[in-house]
Design a protein around this ligand. Sequence first.
Ligand SMILES: [Mn+2]
Length: 466
Amino acid sequence: MQFKLFEKSVYTARRSVLKKNIENGLILFLGNEESSINYRDNWYPFRQDSTFLYYFGLNSAGLSALIDADSGDEIIFGNDLTIDDIVWTGPQPSVREMAAAVGVHNSAAANGLKTYINKALESKRKIHIIPPYRPENKIKIAGLLNITINEIDNQVSVPLIKAIVNQRSYKEACEVEEMDKASAISADMHMAAMYFAKPGMKEFEVVAKVKEVAFANHADISFSPIVTIHGETLHNVYSGNTIHEGQLLLCDAGASNDMQYAGDLTSTYPVGKKFTTQQKDVYGIVLNAHNTAVAMLKPGVLFRDVYYAAAQKIVEGMQSLGIMKGHAGEAVAAGAHALFFQCGLGHMIGLDVHDMEDLGEPYVGYNDVIKKSTQFGIKSLRLGRHLEPGFTLTVEPGVYCIPALMDQWKAERKFESFINYEALETLRNFGGIRVEEDFLITNTGAKLLGKKLPMTVAEIEAIRGA
Ligand SMILES: [Mn+2]
């Protein structure tokens, strides 16, 4: 195989758990197709669907699978290569060989799937699907089920989503090993960038360094890197600015390793050799929020409370700079911290950098008891539920000074009892700071995945001054 697999037993065990949890009907898994960029045969880098990878491991385009929850039968559908294909691709394992490698005994040509689905539809059997996110698979599902694309949402199986989330949330030892590797490569990407970036460079030169380290480790990037002097823009993928002495460079990047597991780290450091006093002050606030959050990680803790604790540290820090005032806990409860901390504190990570987000945040980061808030700020918290052993997640507090938000809140006289708008002006052009690490929740606490990045002011200045 031109891709790596876990032991066959890993996949068979995962599927037997799923079969136990889904009592009847057919479970349909669509792998991904190649996806065209600008003409048919020029493709985006292939990425297999993560749920397909989880249960079937096969990192090859054009495959699908059915599990019959009643009989226990499993079948993989796909087309073997013809000689016309082999001329271009070289010899590849047959679908039967690929299926056997992951413990599936039956295989059939891709167009056989429709026959199975038709039979099930005729006998009014339940067909379990997860929400498709790619146009190719939306079209395919609509065709298979004889429905319109708009009707797909109503056909999605909540029991299947819940069953999958209930497995993929708890990382197995073999997965943790891969996540460790992905996070370690991610740390190497950040270290290389931290040594490399110099005043006068363009942001994209640093992006190139980050990607070079990923590719040199037979990895890919787990998402488009954010390397920016405008860290206050949360998902700023523009990288055409020149980086100048006195500015901060925010780098949010991670690797997807050769087993498709993701790392996701953020570092923020001065473009020059040293932080300015103000940068040091605000960096210290973010690092304190981060350390407070990390120290709380253990089974049973509500991640929403970890978020609130980080938010409180940010408010207290801003109070020490004279920019916020009043009762810190009340400020957080009211949502005043969201002037600086508009996003969540972290998310599940695994095969996807935002793990299982295609299955729906309400099922992954929340549950029937812990519901997502609609308040500005915490409404962006992707993970709110109680932590459990085996969860892997990011912790990524930040302070973001967004002039448009400052202006709007000031004009609305919002939270005037908590915010000193005059002093706030000193942060108008500050930019943004985020730090981010990846953790495994253990039986007693949490373990850092990969390796430790330099995070204190002294550690960072030692590297930037080198
Ligand atoms: Mn992240």
